[in-house]
Design a protein around this ligand. Structure first.
Ligand SMILES: NC(=O)c1ccc[n+]([C@@H]2O[C@H](COP(=O)([O-])OP(=O)(O)OC[C@H]3O[C@@H](n4cnc5c(N)ncnc54)[C@H](OP(=O)(O)O)[C@@H]3O)[C@@H](O)[C@H]2O)c1
Length: 318
């Protein structure tokens, strides 16, 4: 098993005082560790979460460690566009500039379901909610430039248990074909990658750069629709660790690298991968940055088409 990549110490000791970041899904797993590190370095972080009580608990836990920075907990339900709009309005009302947006929240292999706006649940939550959020926060990101948008994708954008990641424009929302939870996850995670790639093009010259990342196979609550979390965290933990599962703080390393390294800023739109499970052996060791082995991840026409469809679906004018 390749060794997990680790963010260099000089990035994790940068002084982030005066900088503001938004991290979605900041109450749990990789998002929690991302918030924790940024606040430790003196940043102000808006911890976006759908369960405010859990967000407040996470805030107290982080603040009990005596970091230099600040945390503001704000409600955000990515599966409800009205909530995304209210969240963005609240941020724009109180923050003139943002230096980084980490589109981290996500769900995986859920049973068939729909968001409040009628989108397939995984595409709606993982991609469309974040798409709208990013668009609405662009003015503050422009004011904060140089600033960054980091999409937390997955190596499963490549293949998720045999399902190749592809954007099925003929049936994006599983309305005609049989629903498959892994296929829907792979599509949504490819959408995260393509979103970052196309946004990078659109934002040339603005000072905003983008990246997508694979955080690694991380012990977190994400597994809950596939296996009981308690089993992952107890009896199966030693076996899963031996098979390559890493801890959430290690899972945050790729996001932090994409957010803080000069290299990521100079490679806008690139994909940064922790060690991962890919179709080819060469990619398994990951890389910051790395070429995805999925040809669909390099399809610029598909990225552009996804951008305009997403725009229309979330109700933005062309
Ligand atoms: N863990 C892995 O092995 C792995 C591998 C590849 C990629 N990733 C990606 O990493 C990201 C973080 O996942 P994680 O592993 O840290 O899992 P996690 O512990 O389950 O965290 C996911 C976060 O997303 C939030 N969330 C889910 N639905 C939401 C919604 N509708 N609105 C707002 N927030 C919502 C969750 O909130 P609640 O606490 O309220 O549920 C939680 O805060 C995801 O995008 C995932 O796809 C993870």
């Amino acid at each position: 098993m390749p060794k997990p990549l680790q963010c260099p110490a000089e990035l994790l000791t940068l002084d982030l005082a005066g900088r503001t970041y938004v991290v979605t899904g900041g109450n749990s797993g990789i998002g929690f560790e991302t918030v924790r590190q940024l606040v430790k370095q003196g940043a102000k972080v808006v911890l976006a979460c759908r369960r405010v009580v859990e967000g407040e608990k996470a805030k107290q836990l982080i603040l009990s460690e005596g970091p230099r920075g600040f945390i503001e907990v704000l409600e955000l339900d990515l599966a409800h566009l009205e909530s995304v709009r209210a969240f963005a309005k609240s941020i724009l009302g109180s923050h003139n500039s943002i230096h980084g947006l980490v589109n981290n929240a996500g769900i995986m292999n859920t049973p068939k379901g729909k968001t409040r706006d009628g989108f397939e649940l995984q595409l709606g939550t993982n991609h469309l909610g974040h798409y709208l959020l990013t668009e609405l926060l662009l003015p503050a990101l422009k004011n904060g430039a140089p600033s960054r948008v980091v999409n937390v994708s997955s190596c499963f954008h490549d293949k998720a248990f045999g399902r190749e990641g592809k954007v099925d424009f003929d049936d994006l929302q599983f309305e005609r074909k049989k629903y498959d939870g892994w296929e829907a996850y792979a599509q949504s995670k490819l959408a995260n990658l393509l979103h970052a790639k196309h946004l990078a093009k659109r934002l040339i010259g603005t000072g905003i750069t983008t990246a997508s990342v694979h955080p690694g196979w991380v012990r977190s609550n994400l597994i809950k629709f596939s296996m009981p979390v308690w089993m992952q965290d107890t009896i199966l933990k030693p076996v899963l660790k031996m098979a390559g599962m890493i801890e959430p703080w290690q899972g945050a390393q790729s996001s932090l690298y994409a957010l803080l390294s000069p290299e990521a800023a100079s490679r806008s739109g690139a994909y940064f991968s922790q060690v991962g499970i890919y179709r080819d052996k060469k990619s398994a060791k990951g890389g910051w940055p790395m070429e995805s082995p999925n040809p669909n991840a390099h399809d610029s026409a598909c990225a552009e088409r996804l951008d305009s469809i997403s725009r229309a679906l979330v109700g933005l004018t062309p």
